[in-house]
Design a binder for this molecule. Sequence first.
Ligand code: ADP
Ligand code: MG
Length: 345
Amino acid sequence: MPSSADPSANTLELVALTKRYSDTVAAVDNINLRIPANHYCCLLGPSGCGKSSTLRMIAGHETVTSGDVLLGGRNITDATAAERGTAMMFQSYALFPHLTTLDNVAFSLKMRGVSKAERHQRASALLERVAMTEYAQRKPSELSGGQQQRVALARALIMEPRVLLLDEPLSALDPFLRIQMRSELRRWQKELGLTFIHVTHSQEEAMALADTIVVMSRGRIEQSGSPGEVFNKPVSEFVARFMGGHNVLDTPGGRIAVRSDRMQVVAHDDEAGLPATLVDMEYQGSYGLLSLDVPQASKTPLSVMLPEASYVGRRFTLGQPYRVAWSEQDVHRLPLVSRIANIET
Ligand code: ADP
Ligand code: MG
């Protein structure tokens, strides 16, 4: 890997980046983002919000309608995919089935006319790095899912990128392997000292991996920040709902978000909070989950998560009146119109 003395060499900036596939709505709508060097950044959002389009424009696999992509201060908007210092890690099933592990990793060097001796030497060094040396002569079908994923990583790293781009890299794996590969990705990113930009629609995956989560909706950046910031201080109803774990309530003071595990359920004749009816409850082992209708504040039932001891000890009754309450310090105010920025343009 090129170990640049200047850490800002791996900083990626998107300036007013826009993608229109036709003259209707923009798939990526004027986004501005600065990803610090050697960060693990997750682009998070629902299907169709523009994550892959953004990633492909960074990779040089998609033309930019307007705006710029800068890497280490250099404008790479019009550079070819091969010359911009980024590489895309494709899903493991995109490996060439007829090539060995070694030849899969060396493939793009072959395309560039690098001699056989040199490309095998460089590919072997990378296989060692991802602990795959003993599988160098196997074909992809003779490898496990996790091993294929490591080959896919080595194949992307052979071009010595400064920024590694990953589009839903774990989505084809079974749940167990997904969690295992997630921690491997995180470890590789730290070891390699590269900027990773990882697209996912899973808030759990983004929370587990990212230094910075960029929440996208309808081609725009809704919020970016550390996992803790985005989870605890959602700036909009969209982020609060998408990140999960929050209730969104309409109160006389405005629209607010309160974490489900910070709400309390109190007796119906208590003075605190709002009247509620218990409509569902589930025992989940370490906690109990209550659903309560609170017509004054929400059209949909609110969720309250209680630690096991208080859930089991209280013996709640379905259909009965209670009140839901919360502390002022756990309130996050949301703008009344959460998409003001989008409505203006
Ligand atoms: P995501 O990766 O978040 O699911 P995409 O970037 O793939 O979102 O897509 C964003 C929007 O752009 C969607 O409405 C999608 O249908 C549209 N889109 C994506 N790729 C193309 C394309 N090649 N041609 C036309 N429309 C596209
Ligand atoms: Mg996508």
